[in-house]
Design a binder for this molecule. Structure first.
Ligand SMILES: *Cc1c(COP(=O)(O)O)cnc(C)c1O
Length: 489
């Protein structure tokens, strides 16, 4: 163990400083006009450290982390693609980072133009009429989109429509967003191949249905071939179709949700459009709609005037505001840079490459891992654990063993359709060599499971921390140093 591994947290020493401010005559009097309730009553309890202590602390912590920049990250449904560094350079341009949302809009025309251009690029990609970029994440986009759906029915005086149909394979955020939007969730079954059972759907479609939430390709990575039929049935029943676009990557530039009959969708800029994600950091979940729903999109909105200038407007038909100002602007800049870097031509190659990579891994591993659904998948696929279940090695064990070999684990135990789900998504940005290394290690873990199962069950053995007690971590999370100190006291 290196000395700094022991120094993870308490490095504060009374009186140690990392800064020296110049003397100033801007004394305590300067605060005399500050309302007293806003004044700090006692000194802030901050760590006292030198600049070098802080630099080492964070650099060493970051070295213990795993990210797309350190290794292969086949986390299914999460589209952990490479985040091009040119995006960071663009997003760090002072002309953008030093502006304030409350500045006179005449002075932020460039920022508004970027918002407007990105909105229209997404509308083109999605085959929809208008986008809002205000939501902060995919789930936030879902909530916003469902609020649009609800607002639309209410505006039609259709107060009975409170049901949202969600497939049993859906991402957990779908039913959660529907509940938060004040709608009721009705589950529709999947067929053994993972696609929606149209016969199971038909009896659910009545005049209480607000709409259906779907993702295509579905959670098993399979394209819903009956989507046009489903869209017709839902529309005939007076409902709307919501597209969970977190899985748009394989269709990018090839197939448009609007053309499939979807009325509302969200896109995860932090998945499909290469902006960084993970750790709950800033994301962006733009929501697109058809023309008849555009007026309900949240405020504020960016409009282009006849003279080519841009204005921020508040639309009285809107469902209201769902974010501060116009959302996570830095994330939008990264996504816009990504779209412009690829251009119309290259954006079409993203989906086929992601699809090829996923099928390559799937076909290479299906002799060792149980493939419940045969056939060509899109950008991701699901194994139902190891093929040989006699050793008692679980999907969790395999996932932990992968960490020993320097790979991030795939998504595990999702979707809930299988007991030992292992959802693998390589994305288009990985090289053939990386895919081959991953395949080799997956075979090796399968062999270990047969020959020395205890080793796999004990994994990880080479990581800084061994297997964690996940129940306690979830039930009693200690997330701050202050909490830890209180716990130890
Ligand atoms: C990631 C994901 C979401 C949620 O996106 P967040 O930005 O994490 O809120 C929704 N649906 C699917 C299918 C996803 O993969």
């Amino acid at each position: 163990m290196k000395y700094y591994d022991k120094l993870i947290f308490e490095i504060s020493r009374p009186g140690r400083k990392g800064y020296e401010l110049p003397k100033t005559d801007f004394g305590k009097d300067a605060f005399s006009e500050m309302p007293s309730q806003l004044m700090r009553g006692e000194e802030a309890d901050l760590p006292e450290v030198s600049e070098l202590d802080v630099v080492r602390h964070y650099t060493n912590l970051s070295n213990k982390n795993f990210g797309v920049d350190t290794g292969f990250y086949p986390l299914g449904s999460c589209t952990m693609k490479y985040n091009p560094k040119i995006n960071e350079e663009v997003a760090a341009m002072p002309a953008f980072t030093s502006i304030h949302p409350l500045q006179d809009e005449k002075t932020i025309q460039g920022a508004l133009e970027l918002y407007w251009n990105l909105q229209h690029a997404l509308a083109n990609i999605a085959g929809l009429y208008e986008f809002t970029l205000n939501p902060y994440a995919g789930a936030h986009g879902e909530l916003t989109g469902l609020m649009v759906m609800k607002q639309y029915h209410l505006a039609n005086g259709d107060t009975k429509r409170t049901k949202v149909i969600v497939p049993d394979s859906a991402h957990g955020t779908n039913p959660a967003s529907a509940m938060v939007a004040g709608l009721q969730v009705v589950e529709v079954k999947s067929k053994p191949n993972g696609s929606i059972d149209v016969e199971d759907l038909k009896p659910l479609l009545d005049d209480t249905v607000a709409g259906i939430m779907m993702t295509n390709p579905n959670t098993l990575g399979m394209f819903e071939t009956e989507i046009m039929e489903i869209a017709k049935l839902v529309h005939e029943a007076g409902g709307l179709l919501y597209y969970d676009g977190a899985n748009l990557n394989p269709l990018l530039g090839k197939v448009r949700p609007g053309d499939m009959g979807f009325d509302i969708m969200h896109i995860n800029l932090h998945k499909t459009f290469s902006t960084p994600h993970g750790g709950g950091g800033p994301g962006s979940g733009p929501v697109g709609v058809t023309e008849r729903l555009a007026k309900f999109l949240p405020n504020p909105k960016v409009k282009k005037n006849e003279d080519g200038s841009f204005t921020i407007i508040t639309d009285e038909n809107s469902l209201g505001s769902i974010s501060t100002f116009l959302g996570n602007f830095g994330v939008m800049m990264r996504a816009y840079a990504y779209i412009l870097t690829l251009g119309k031509e290259n954006i079409r190659n993203v989906g086929p490459m992601a699809t090829l990579n996923a099928n390559y891994i799937k076909e290479s591993l299906k002799d060792d891992y149980l493939l419940p659904i045969e056939g060509v998948c899109k950008h991701e696929f699901v194994f139902d654990g190891l093929k040989d279940k006699s050793t008692g090695v679980t999907t969790l064990n395999v996932a932990k063993r992968l960490l020993d070999y320097g790979f991030h684990a795939p998504t595990i135990y999702f979707p809930l359709l299988f007991h030992e789900s292992m959802m693998i998504e390589p994305t288009e940005t990985e090289s053939l060599e990386t895919l081959d290394e991953f395949i080799e290690v997956m075979h090796k873990v399968a062999a270990e499971s047969r020959e020395i199962p205890e080793l796999v069950k004990d994994a990880p053995v080479t990581t800084l921390v061994r297997k964690l007690d996940e129940t306690t971590a979830a039930k009693n999370p200690i997330l701050t140093y202050r909490q830890l100190k209180a716990e130890q006291a």
